[in-house]
Design a protein around this ligand. Structure first.
Ligand code: PEP
Ligand code: MG
Length: 595
């Protein structure tokens, strides 16, 4: 029977595919695809883990003191039996062989299947055996984590998600379903086969949602019960425009969504024809459309989308999924240089690490962090605060970025600056990094330094901040979070996350106007920049530089090409003064006949 559930639309389009349930990130297992020629080795890992656990259980049983209750030995027998049961290890191998899942992922997928079967049993005794299966799987996962070539001990390259030649379930497309996905895990899925994804939790601008948007696949988050209701291999439709998830749709519903899919493919193809058209408004204002990237490998997508540079390289993703082994100067330099070279002279704005909040180094989601620490990490040691607390590491990153500037146009961007006192420390660190490179005889180019304006304190003192920086980039995701005191990763308050809030618009306008008056560069790199609902408003505020996911560039360009900034600017004061600016702006656009 077809079921509909509702969540928040975070990435547009329609995806139709078979569900792949990924266990909650609280179970710390890596999820990645194994290349075809590594399948046998992966199954060997499983076999070895099973044999080791069997030995361990047998020896535990042997060593049981004679006075131990009989139940204990019986329990170990049950575990041994489960370990050799086809429904566990046999079926797990099928996930590896047919779906190319890594061993840990295959085990947790099979656990999910078995757990549901146990939940549905009428017999209480049998239902309670679920805990035994969980314990056996846990032992196996622990064994795998300790084994060579495991997800936790492998190199970043080995762990990278590999796209299998075929996905095994015929050629059916796959969609990812999870309670929550940590940003670090999302990165592993970035080059994978998933055509859509849905999670139970998460906010519109959580980093998980941002990575999904950067993958340009339809996504719905905050669909509360999704991972409980959807089963492995169910057919699922993800409507990333409306925030609807349809499970096992009827033939008629499926056909309707397939029609919409074809329509949006056509629309995409039409917009892509604007790729080489310069972004100039009707009244001749040139607008810079830049792209946000997470990894150097994203650079080609920037050029393909027709963006004229990178406005935000979120460098922290280079630091994730490494089990604490942070990239050294050389590795960082190579990554930045690769992006700079790929951009062929176009500017690359590299943001220093923004670790913390909903982007911890470990594979943890914001939800896990809240549960484990009971703190709001968004207000903690995050971004530049983290870098200034680790000055050696900060200078190492600055040196790596400076060295990359010998290969093209590079700009440094500092996240989350809030204190005037931080500026001095940042500039000193930069001067010292330059000096160290000079002393070592290493070349570097001229690099501009900018600050992200994403804390209200910085927006309010924008003129003072601008005295020290060459440019600013407004991070609206955080600016909204901090202005309205709403955790951007928490779906419980997502209805209050309002880019149209008059206070947010006032801070945005003030920042853009001040930067323009002081003749300093100003850009917006938060999600508002890639949302066509705000393009004309931002143009009216005087913004001429937008940075967004590459996939959003064509739609925003179309909006720019159809805009005339003169009448827009005249409407602005009334909209800024309105209690409900969204409505006022819609009315203003309607009055001009361009809504
Ligand atoms: C922002 O806060 O708007 C931003 C672009 O940075 P991030 O989303 O990575 O926090
Ligand atoms: Mg931010």
């Amino acid at each position: 029977m077809s079921i509909q559930i509702f969540g928040m639309p975070v990435s547009r389009g329609v995806a139709i595919g078979r569900a792949v349930l990924v266990a909650s990130s609280r179970v710390d297992v890596a999820h990645y695809f194994v290349a075809a020629d590594r399948i046998d080795a992966e199954i060997d890992r499983l076999r070895q883990a099973r044999d080791s656990v069997a030995l361990e259980l047998e020896s535990l049983k042997r060593e049981l003191p004679s006075e131990a209750p009989h139940e204990l030995s019986a329990l170990l027998d049950v575990h041994l039996m489960l370990l050799h049961d086809e429904s566990l290890t046999g079926a797990t191998k099928v996930w590896v062989r047919e779906r190319h899942y890594n061993a840990e992922w295959a085990l947790s997928a099979q656990l999910e299947v078995l757990a549901r079967q146990f939940d549905e049993m009428d017999d209480l005794y049998l239902r309670e055996r679920k805990a035994d299966v969980e314990q056996v799987v846990e032992r196996l996962l622990r064994e795998l984590a300790g084994s060579s070539g495991s997800a936790l001990s492998g190199t970043a390259a080995e762990r990278r998600a590999v796209q299998p030649a075929r996905n095994g379930a015929g050629e059916d497309p796959l969609v990812l379903v999870a309670n929550d996905v940590a940003p670090a895990d999302m990165m592993q899925f970035k080059r994978s086969v998933f055509t859509g994804f849905v999670t139970d939790v998460g906010g519109r601008t959580s980093h998980t949602a941002i990575v999904a948007r950067s993958m340009d696949i339809p996504a719905v988050v905050g669909a509360r019960e999704a991972s409980r209701i959807i089963r492995q291999d169910d057919w699922v439709v993800i409507d990333g425009d409306a925030g609807v998830v349809v499970i096992n749709p009827s033939a008629i519903v499926l056909e309707e969504y397939r029609f919409r899919q074809r329509q949006s493919d056509l629309e995409r193809a039409r917009l892509n024809r604007l790729r080489h058209t310069p972004a100039v408004t009707l009244d001749g204002q040139a607008v810079e459309l830049l792209a946000n990237i997470e990894l150097p490998g994203d650079a080609q997508g920037v050029l393909d989308a027709g963006a004229v540079g990178v406005g935000l390289f979120r460098s922290e993703f280079l630091f994730m999924n490494r089990a604490g082994d942070l990239p050294d100067e050389e590795e960082q330099f190579e990554a930045y240089r690769d992006a700079v070279v790929a951009l062929m002279g176009l500017p690359v704005t590299i943001r220093t690490v923004d670790i913390g909040a909903d982007k911890p180094l470990e594979r943890m989601s914001a939800q896990d962090l809240r549960h484990e620490h009971g703190l709001n990490p968004a207000l903690g040691l995050r971004a530049i605060r983290w870098s200034l607390a680790e000055p050696g590491m900060f200078r190492q990153q600055l040196r790596a970025i400076l060295r990359a500037s010998a290969f093209g146009k590079v700009r440094i961007l500092i996240p989350m600056v809030a204190q005037l006192g931080e500026i001095k420390l940042i500039l000193e660190a930069l001067a010292r990094a330059r000096q160290q490179l000079d002393d070592a005889g290493r070349p570097f180019g001229k690099v501009e330094i900018g600050a992200m304006i994403e804390v209200p304190a910085a927006a309010m003192l924008i003129d003072r901040f601008l005295r020290h920086f060459d440019f600013v980039s407004i991070g609206t995701n955080d600016l909204i979070q901090y202005t309205l005191a709403i955790d951007r990763a928490d779906e419980a308050v997502s209805h209050l996350y309002d880019p149209w809030h008059p206070a947010v618009l006032q801070l945005l306008h003030q920042t853009i106007a001040c930067a323009n008056a002081m003749n300093k560069g100003v850009s917006v790199c938060g999600e508002m920049a890639g949302d066509p609902a705000f393009t004309e408003l931002l143009l009216a505020m005087g913004l001429r530089s937008f940075s967004m996911h590459p996939a959003r560039v064509p739609a925003i360009k179309q909006r720019v090409l159809r805009s005339d900034t003169r009448p827009l600017g005249q409407q602005l004061p009334a909209v800024l003064a309105a209690d409900r600016p969204a409505e006022a702006w819609k009315l203003a656009l309607g009055a001009r006949g361009s809504a």
